[in-house]
Design a protein around this ligand. Structure first.
Ligand SMILES: [Zn+2]
Length: 51
């Protein structure tokens, strides 16, 4: 039983940004809802620690 969370993704092909619920227990193939490309990048949270 995983906890589904809404995570931001960005399509590298068309630049479309969207949010999708992901189940951390599953590593699913994703595709852009706009152009069907599977070049999807997971966007990180805004706060990033850079040393
Ligand atoms: Zn796209």
């Amino acid at each position: 039983m995983g906890t589904q969370t809404l995570k931001p993704f960005k399509c590298l092909m068309c630049g479309h940004e969207y949010e999708e619920t992901v189940d951390p227990d599953k590593d699913e193939e994703r595709s852009c809802p706009q152009c069907r490309s599977n070049s999807i990048r997971h966007l990180k949270a805004k706060k990033e620690k850079v040393n």
